[in-house]
Write a protein that binds this ligand. Structure first.
Ligand code: ZN
Length: 130
């Protein structure tokens, strides 16, 4: 599979139950681009969570927690529409021990990525919410 936005490689992950209610798409899985961090819904969930540190060392090492964070990236893409959902998913990530603002900083600073969203701006907007 390749990213519809940039053609980069994607990792494929099941959407964790803890955050599925907050996503605009009902599908059970999604893909995350290893280059631009674009998230797309997918129809069939893989059995296991992938290693998100393949995308960036900034990602949580635990696969399910990485998937929660990837879902947050999907919502940050359209934060104006999904404010309260993004807040809920960010809270879930924090509950799992992730400092979401720090991870966003580290992703923004990762030279191996070419994010399609303005991570620094989204970080500032998210900071107002949480
Ligand atoms: Zn991409």
């Amino acid at each position: 599979m390749s990213c519809p936005n940039c053609g980069g490689d994607e990792v494929f992950f099941p959407v964790p139950d803890a955050v599925s209610d907050y996503l605009p798409d009902e599908r059970p899985a999604a893909t995350l681009c290893t280059n631009c961090l674009h998230v797309s819904p997918a129809d069939e969930a893989p059995d296991e969570y992938p290693d998100f540190t393949r995308v960036s060392d900034a990602f949580p090492a635990d696969g399910e927690t990485g998937a929660v964070f990837a879902c947050l990236l999907a919502l940050l893409d359209r934060l104006v529409v999904h404010r309260s959902d993004a807040e809920q998913v960010a809270t879930e990530a924090e509950r799992r021990g992730v400092d979401v603002l720090l991870v966003l900083d580290r992703l923004a600073a990762d030279d191996g990525l070419d994010p399609h969203l303005d991570l620094a701006r989204r970080r500032r907007q998210l900071e107002q919410l949480i």
